[in-house]
Each structure stands twice: as C-alpha cells, then as structure tokens.
Design a protein around this ligand. Structure first.
Ligand SMILES: [Zn+2]
Length: 473
C-alpha cells in the first residue's frame, strides 16, 4: 500500500538530535516519517540519495527584493525579484526567505500587496522584516506585529546623513533606544542593526578620496573595523539598558565577535549574523567593484575569527544580504574596475551560492561540521524568526523542505550557474565551488533536480510570526 507521496532513501539525514543513515517520507507537504530505509512507508516516488547528505533547506534571513530601483518601481520590483531571485534560491538549496521591506510610505496599508506579491511569484515560503526609518514607521510597530512582522531593522550606520534618495531618515541613538524599548514589549520581537560608525567613515572616505585611492582595499579602509566595533558596543549597551533583543546583521569583523561574546556572557541578548562573503573573501581579493559590499570585506584575521565565532556559538546565524542589481547599474557603466566610490554597494546572487559556498569553504575545508552548519543556516534562523519547528529541521510533522547535498560535486560559478535575474556577476564569479545540491524539495515537491527546475512559480505561503510563532498548517 502506498502511504507516502515522496521518500528519500540512502541518505545521511541530519536531524536536530543526530545524523542517521536512512531516509525521510513525506505526505501532503509534511514529513511523516524519518528512519531506517526498511522502516519507511512505500511512496509514489522514491529518490535514492546515494549516500549523500539530506539536510533541511537553508533559510536566508537577509535579502532585499525590489531595490533595483533603476528599472522598477519598488512594488513592481518586489514582484519581479520574488520570481527571479527565489528561482535562484531553489537551485542553490534555499527553501525559505525573510525579506526586508523598505519604503518611505507606511507598511500596513500595503500588507495585502506584500503577501500577494510573494504568494503569486515566489518559489518558496517567505516572511518579512520591516525597516523602520521614518518617524511614521514607529507608529506601525505594534500593528505590524499583529500582521506577523516581529523583526525591525534600523540603519545605525546612518544616524546623521541617511540616504535621501531612498527616502530614509537618519537613526540616532535616541531612535535606537525608542525602537528597542518598543520592541522589548513584543513577544518574539527583535531589533536588527546595520552597525557602522558614520562619523569616522565620513572622514576616512574624504581622506582616501583626497589621496586619489580607487581600489577595493580603500573601500574597506574607508570604514575600518573600529567603525563596526564602536557601534556594536553602543548597541549592546542600549540592548542591556532596554532589556530587549538585538541582532547585528552582516557582522564583518573579528572585533565584533569579541564584543558580542563579552556581552552575551553578561546575559545581554545580542545576536550576530555573518555572510558567506566575510567567511571566504578578504579586502585583498582581486574583485574590483564587484567586491564593494557594505560593510566592506576585511582582513584574514577577521575571517578566521568569524569562523571561530560560528563554531563556538557567539555568531549563531548566517544569511546573504542578497540585493539584485543589473551589472550596468552596479558598475555605473564604468566596468569592473571603475570608480569604487561611485559604484553601488551590495552583492548579487548571494542566495544561490549561499549553500554551495558554506559547503565548499566550511564543511569541505573542515572549518565547521555539517551539523553545526545546518544549525546556523537553517535551524537557528527558523528559531530566531519564529518559524520553528515548522521550518528549519527534519522532524516529523514539519514542512518537507529538504536538500540533498553531494559534497564531492563541483562547478565553476559562471553565467550558467545562476538562475536569477542577473547572472553576470557576483563576488564568487569565476570561482570553483565543491559541495552542491542535487535535489531541492519544497513542501514535499521536488522543485529542482540536477539543475533542472521542475515547477512553476507561485502558490507559496506567507509565514506570519505571532505570539506562539508561525502557525503549523
Ligand atoms: Zn542587508
């Protein structure tokens, strides 16, 4: 008798308690059984993992859809990017995404649109963070929580000058205090920070420009490590004062690891995320302006300390900061080695290389175990954003979002590697990666098999985070 829809057999299955040899059976989008091959129910379809790993799909907690504003109005861009960038996500083994909403207008009136934009266009389930950067946004925080948004980002790198072209107001320590204080009353509420000291960056940038510098290392020197560490120190103090929860996005420095450890040891709820870019590149790499990201790439010592922070648990989260832009807009039509100061900061295509880079640079280089990697890229992200246990772990009764990973399979990142809007560049372009997904399964459906897309876009779920987390369907 056929009981299950799909089952994966002959796998090293990474569960929260242990890695077992066997498989997983799914029915109606849910995991119904995990265990030895012989005990699994029969199924309409059986996939032989051939001894490879079966892990929960990665959760990317940090993407910016809809900001390629040179081509699209924000709402139109959001719909567009949900399709193109989550198409890349499923090829890369990412099965859930949390996107940052960013607009000067109030968010609440557009919530229906935001939910529909994802449902109709995404290949994977999705949730939202909201960026609080206007005075009017502060009045929306409590109502946003009722709409399932309980994470709020503030640009603590823009406390004086901000970014008028994006309609962003500056966020000084007073605003940071207010947001932390408000969010501390929300169940599961988190304030997310871009942490960089703006005064020093402003000064250094002018000095380096005056010296005639125009190289990737100058971009790093223009906001040196202390810019990040000074601001994280402030954030930790304000988090302690308000008894709230803080999350430092895209932490780039070893100094940041040391500060987070010190405050975590005092019981302060300060959390840190890092990016594949900071774990595998340095400011010395020959990337041209494709390597211009914000915060900037750092030195070898920071890279090693971030890996150490991931292993020891001070850094508990990884994401991508994926922000799609056409190459012409990124380079401002000056080419890969054009004006470093003028070029748009941010990386392209992160969500598609997230898992391959973490396998290639992490597991395959013995920097991190597969089990710890699954924690920081799936389980912890699910827990932090209220999605656990529905997402983030291979457990009976949860969504069947899974990836088979072949640690020996390799490829060179070229135009054919990507399935996103803009395959022509990223910080990994031209690099060889070893450790790739062979199958991506979303809600029990095989969506990508050996590089081939198997489904149409859309029909995915918005994941609202309420007092008890996301509802289990
Ligand atoms: Zn970001």
């Amino acid at each position: 008798m056929v009981v299950a829809d799909t089952r994966v057999i002959n796998a090293k299955v990474v569960t929260p308690s242990e890695t077992i040899i066997g498989g997983v059976a799914t029915k109606d989008g849910t995991i119904i059984e995990i265990g030895d091959n012989r005990t699994l129910p029969s199924a309409d379809r059986t996939i032989d993992a051939e001894g490879n790993y079966l892990i929960p799909g990665f959760i990317d907690p940090h993407v910016h859809w809809g900001l390629s504003r040179y081509e699209y109005e924000y709402h139109e861009g959001l719909e567009h990017d949900f399709e193109t960038e989550t198409r890349g996500a499923v090829h890369g083994g990412v099965t859930t995404v949390v996107n940052f909403l960013l607009q000067p207008d109030p968010y609440i009136p557009d919530m229906d649109f935001f939910i529909k934009a994802g449902k109709n266009n995404s290949y994977i389930d999705f949730a939202y963070h909201a960026i609080i950067h206007k005075e009017s946004h502060f009045n929306e925080v409590e109502e946003l929580a009722e709409h399932g948004i309980r994470s709020f980002k503030i640009f603590y790198n823009w406390y004086k000058h901000a970014s008028p072209e994006l309609g962003i107001e500056h966020s000084d320590a007073g605003r940071v205090y207010r947001l932390l204080d408000t969010v501390s009353d929300i169940n599961g509420g988190v304030v997310m920070f871009h942490a960089e000291n703006e005064d020093i960056a402003h000064q250094r940038r002018q000095e380096l420009k005056d010296e005639g510098r125009n190289d990737l290392e100058a971009w790093s020197e223009s906001a040196p490590n202390i810019c990040e560490s000074m601001q994280i120190e402030n954030i930790a103090k304000l988090t302690k004062y308000t008894d709230s929860t803080a999350y430092v996005v895209h932490m780039s420095t070893g100094e940041g690891v040391d500060i987070c450890r010190r405050y975590q040891n005092q019981g302060v709820d300060i959390n840190a995320e890092t990016l594949p870019a900071f774990l595998s590149h340095t400011k010395k790499d020959d990337l041209g302006i494709w390597g211009k990201i914000s915060p900037a790439l750092r030195g070898e010592q920071s890279k090693e300390k971030l890996w150490h922070g991931l292993r020891e648990g001070v850094v508990d989260y990884a994401g991508t900061d994926h922000c799609p832009h056409k190459k012409e807009f990124k380079e401002k039509e000056e080419g890969r080695y054009g004006d470093i100061w003028d070029a748009i900061p941010g990386d392209n295509n992160g969500i598609e290389y997230f898992l391959p880079v973490m396998m290639s640079e992490g597991v395959n280089q013995n920097r991190i175990s597969m089990e710890r990697l699954v924690e920081v890229c799936a389980e912890n992200n699910a827990r932090r954003w209220g999605l656990y246990p529905r997402k983030g772990a291979l457990v009976e009764g949860t969504d069947a979002d899974m990836v088979i990973v072949d640690l020996d399979k390799s490829t060179v990142v070229d135009d054919d590697f990507y399935h996103t809007m803009e395959p022509r560049y990223s910080t990994y372009h031209g690099k060889k990666l070893t450790g790739l997904p062979t199958h991506t399964i979303v809600g029990g459906d095989v969506v990508v098999e050996n590089g081939k897309l198997q489904v149409e876009k859309g029909d995915r779920e918005y994941l609202p985070r309420y007092d008890d987390g996301v509802p289990i369907e």
